[in-house]
Design a protein around this ligand. Sequence first.
Ligand SMILES: [Zn+2]
Length: 552
Amino acid sequence: MTARIFEHARILTFDPDRPTAEAIAIDGNTITAVGTADYVRASAPAAQRIDLQGACLIPGFNDTHAHMEREGLKSLRPSLTGATSIADILAIVRAAAATTPPGEWIATMPAGTPPFFFDGVSALAEKRLPNRYELDAAAPDHPVYIQGVFGNWGKPPGHTALNSRALALNGIGPDTRPRIDGVEIERDAEGVPTGIIIEHNNRPTVEFDILPVVPRFGFDHRLEGIRRSQRLYNAKGTTSIYEGHGSAAETISVYRRLWELNELTVRAGLVVSPSWSDLTEARRIMRDWLASARGSGLGDRWLRVSGIHIAYGGDPVVACCARAHLPDTGWSGFVEQAVSPSDFREVCFLAAEFDLRLHTIVGDQLHDIVPVLQAVNERHPITARRWVIEHIGRARPEDICALKQLGIHVTTISTYYLWKGGQKYLAEPDGGDNVVPHRSLVDAGIPLAIATDNIPYDPFFTLWTTCAREERTTGQVIGPNQRLDAHTALELFTAAGAALTFDEGWKGRLKPGYVADLTVLSEDPTTLPPARLKNIDCLLTLTDGRIVHDAR
Ligand SMILES: [Zn+2]
């Protein structure tokens, strides 16, 4: 690769020594100069010059709770997008039947409008999915499965439909009773299943519970899924991800294969999602099998596995059914867990004993979890180990103070807690300043990074929800004092995440010697009102000095 200079740009470096610049030179995969146009040209006289025509250049986004394994899978199955009636859906099913060998499955994406599917079946004139008999008529020779929405994208309930062949293959009859709460089999007056199943859980459990033979995402689907995901994430300026929710063994193995094939264009930091069923097994697995995930883990600049994710709470029946289906994890990519408060405490001590960095999703339960971390820290100091607290909802000032003292790293999901799920915080006594308190976390000096959670995977949408903090249905601002300016939010979305993979010495900022992971935006986010942040286009993305997206 020849040396290149990107010039006529507004460059935000997130290098405290030189926050802005006009030009940047790179040689191979490394940034060699940042500064004024004259200075950078003089530093590399033979370099190829690329005129960015006033666009804004920043470090590539580091999406620190990315669920990148999901995005590409969405395009592997026929979409129902645009269907506004049962007839529309049946036409899609009929078309699939015409090109699918008889007897093979037809499995589609859910009804409704992506990426959120908030409308679900209400996108259809009849306000319901086709029943088994209607699907039978459209595809008499195929089992048909219209899957329900993954509730984390939008909101439950999710509506699933199967035809008679699909019901029979899964053994669903008048006597079938789901084991999992929140799974509802619709029946006619005689008690015969209509083919419609309604799921009220955020993460669908119906496949784990009563659909043992519907099509699954296997290794090859997931491999192709992440290939597609990488292109999509690169096209939004994302050059690194961190999977703080944990990755199942199969998900890790798919990344490992892409790494081996030299096909990664997004740097991936992964966290183990364990499949143990009790504390005895947990101790043995941590001791015998997770040595490679201890401390800063094992890996290189493209792929690193470090630490474990432990849930706080969860339904034991769901966890048991989900474990029985491994290696399949559905859309999740991680293993469902059910961890009681007392087991959580024990696992935290075990994690500290074996130097496995703990990651946990706290929601509104930070106040319950902080004392556990403090107790662990007294026996096994964790302050330098970069344990990670994720998905903070409500946080009290004293708990923020404790996190700082414990050296905890924090990642947040503005879109989930403030925009999509903000309704529960509309009447907070303090106006919501304790909810996803970004400003308080930054002011306390806590290492903080923001993330998309794949809802959607677009970082510009998350920038907007972070800066605006508007609830989805009312537009009400939750915690106005916690709004961040775009420059701070960008830093949390680019430079900050590098610390989660111990990479802050070479990536995330635009300074000489750092790696050339960068993206070019249509507009400078720091000059826009919050509402316009979500409309920024990504023009160009480089990972490791290589162009991985070019829309110029
Ligand atoms: Zn997650």
